[in-house]
Ligand binder design. Structure first.
Ligand code: MIG
Length: 668
């Protein structure tokens, strides 16, 4: 395929990342719009005063990325405040929308710094780690066209199994089979719908991948079976590090076959993560990747049909080498009356032990026989871990579409699995970040995604839980997850159960719409979550709107993300939108709104969905789990022409590890 709107340039000797699958021919001469350094590891562009910049996938801050500096470098940072620069994924695609309109993708697997008007307010300055990369400039008449051009270049996004659109419950500290049973029973006995419960690292024996604790989960196969009878899938975690332990087959096979990453001396690179000392499978080595991917069979054989890959930036708590140095330093100071600056230096030495660039630089890969320093391929590690699983699933169980998502990612991985948005916190600001990341990730191909609802770290409040759920019901990956030691936040834990139950039921009423819009977005290389500015091109209020989204073709959402609110200001971007005030899927009132600013009252037990002119919102009767959803129960809300029809995408089976999707059209 040769798309006339995409121009490709190659500089130096780039590493093949695997991001692009439908490539275009190479241009010579200078790329348009931007200015390249001689080197050319720096790119600059002068923005117009009101230009907006979109993209950069999983990043902090708003939908318009202008006014901050971001680094594309997969990082394990559970405390992502707004002044951090990197999160778990690297998605170096952006769109400039203003005096000029173009997209830019830098295909490069190490650190890239995107200064979007930080050092100098009107300047974009991009610094690529080394002058060895591919640059794509994407032109189009609208941001949507640019996104489609880019998405065609990088190939079709992952479509999870239909059940993965159901509500999923997770928590780090379901220690035993009985803990899991209790969670399922509690949801069921309170009449909440549920499709999955997660198994965090606690299900393993000493945090060893592909093992199951015989003491705490002696009956996993039975648990998987009985949960499935309730419509609930169990989804275990897989960590990147393999515990070093004699007699542990995964470790011994990896060691004996040379499948682990190496250090400078060609010995296995070791570091410490949850299992203690580990080796990292060399996912960039095809044989190693295949070997590790096939290991998932152990759990698939027990009936498991979903996985989440964690710690694959890769996260490193410490390496022994640097720990020893730190310990020596601490010891050397014993009895010394150190100065305050020495004290801070000491503190930094200890705090800097984790996820250190020094350790990454000492790690080596075997790529088709060539020794490659990890620095060159850092952002591809999580991608290739997830690809190894995705490839193997097609071999192990081609008759199943196995759910798969990852923490770390790079563009290209969007074809193999989804991502969750990493370790957020039970903060109101992270509710808003959840909303703002959705369109940015869609631009980069990541469609199956969502944040840990109610927040992973820290303690939530009931009010935050309820407001977050009102956004959560639109996340394709709708998972409540929390960290060990934080306040329990399963939805049945709260006082106002009715409000939580009706929101969860509403999710199930919405699933056929969400799934259909999701599938169509993938098929047509579109975004499912769009900023208002992408649709209402000439509208200055839409352009500045950072907290409302179009979800699929029919609706707009504008969730509350502040405490003690009685409602919020909502911008209605077109005449005659219909605000549907829902207390339950079958208990709602509608109100016509004119174009402009409105204060919308939104009590915490109501959700307001805005239907676009001439469109309809299809809602089905809620069900206890996705398997029980019946699309024929559909009812339409909205005002639409007599010949209006809506087509549901319906999962009708599996072939080659992928869902077979049929279409069924309904007329109101
Ligand atoms: O160092 O497995 O992001 O979802 O619960 C923390 C425990 C390791 C990080 C993941 C989180 C998970 C947690 N993991």
């Amino acid at each position: 395929m040769n798309d006339p709107h995409i121009k490709k340039y190659i500089f130096g000797d780039p590493f093949e990342t695997g991001a692009v699958v439908n490539d275009v021919s190479i241009e010579t001469g200078n790329p348009p719009y931007i200015i390249l350094d001689k080197d050319p590891s720096a790119i600059t562009y002068t923005m117009g005063k009101s230009d907006r910049v979109y993209g950069l996938g999983e990043s902090v801050r708003g939908i318009n990325k202008r006014g901050w500096i971001y680094e594309m470098y997969c990082s394990d940072d559970p405390m992502h405040t707004e002044t951090k620069r990197s999160l778990y994924g690297s998605h170096p695609f952006m769109i400039v929308d203003g005096e000029e309109l173009f997209g830019l993708f830098i295909d490069y697997a190490d650190r890239i710094v995107f200064d979007i008007g930080y050092e100098s307010v009107n300047t974009i300055n991009i610094r690529v780690g080394a002058p060895d990369y591919k640059l794509y400039i994407i032109e189009g008449c609208t941001p949507d066209e640019i996104v489609s051009g880019f998405r065609r270049l990088i190939g079709k996004s992952y479509i999870p199994p239909f059940w993965a659109f159901g509500f999923q419950q997770s928590r780090w500290s379901y220690y035993t089979s009985n803990d899991v049973r209790r969670v399922i029973d509690s949801y069921k006995s309170d009449g909440f719908p549920l499709d999955a419960v997660y198994l965090d690292i606690d299900y393993m024996e000493d945090f060893k991948d592909f093992t199951v604790s015989s003491e705490r989960f002696p009956d996993l196969a039975e648990l998987v079976e009985s949960s499935k009878r309730n419509g609930v899938h169990l989804v275990p975690i897989i960590d990147a590090g393999v515990k070093i332990e004699e007699g542990y087959d995964v470790y011994e096979e990896g060691r004996d076959n040379g499948f682990f990453c190496k250090d400078e001396n060609g010995e296995d690179f070791t570091a410490a993560v949850w299992p203690g000392r580990v080796c990292f499978p060399d996912f960039l080595n095809k044989d190693a990747a295949h070997w590790f991917g096939m290991k998932y069979k152990t759990l698939i054989d027990l009936g498991i049909d979903g996985f989440w890959n964690d710690m694959n930036e890769p996260a490193i708590f410490y390496s022994e080498n640097r720990l020893d140095k730190a310990i020596d330093k601490v010891a050397s100071l014993k009895g010394v009356n150190i100065g305050i600056y020495d004290f801070f230096a000491l503190k930094d030495t200890v705090l800097g032990l984790s996820n250190s660039g020094e350790d990454y630089s000492a790690m080596y890969h075997n790529v088709n026989g060539e020794r490659i320093c990890h620095d060159k391929v850092h952002n591809l590690f999580g991608y290739n871990m997830t690809k190894s699983a995705s490839d193997a699933f097609k071999e192990i169980a081609p008759d199943k579409n196995i759910l798969l998502f990852s923490r770390a990612s790079y563009i290209g991985m969007h074809r193999c699995g989804g991502i969750w948005m990493g370790d957020n916190q039970s903060w109101w600001s992270h509710l808003k970040l959840n909303l703002q990341m959705l369109p940015s990730l869609n631009m980069c191909g990541f469609m199956y995604t969502g944040a840990d609802l109610v927040g992973f770290g820290d303690n939530c409040t009931e009010e935050l839980a309820l407001r977050w759920l009102a956004l959560g019901i639109f996340n394709p990956l709708m998972r409540n997850h929390s960290a060990l030691g934080t306040r329990d936040q399963e939805f049945y834990r709260f006082e106002n159960k009715d409000a939580f139950r009706s929101l969860l039921n509403l999710r199930y009423s919405l699933i056929p719409y969400l799934y259909s819009e999701f599938v169509r977005s993938v098929e047509q290389d579109k975004m499912m979550f769009r900023p208002l500015s992408f649709e209402y091109r000439e509208d200055k209020f839409a352009a500045a709107c950072e907290d409302q989204l179009l979800v699929g073709d029919s609706i707009m959402i504008a969730p509350v993300y502040e405490p003690n609110a009685i409602g919020k200001n909502v911008y209605i971007p077109e005449e005659n939108m219909i605000a549907v005030r829902m207390r339950a899927y079958d208990d709602y009132t509608v109100e016509h709104l004119s174009k402009g600013h409105h204060f919308i009252e939104i009590p915490a037990n109501e959700t307001v969905i805005y239907i676009r002119k001439g469109k309809a919102l299809p809602l089905v009767t809620p069900a206890a789990c996705t398997a029980d959803i019946n699309p024929d129960t559909v009812k339409f809300i909205g005002e639409f022409a007599d010949d209006y029809e809506y087509t549901f995408c319906i999962e009708a089976g599996v072939q080659n590890g992928e869902s077979i999707i049929t279409k069924k059209t309904y007329k109101p």
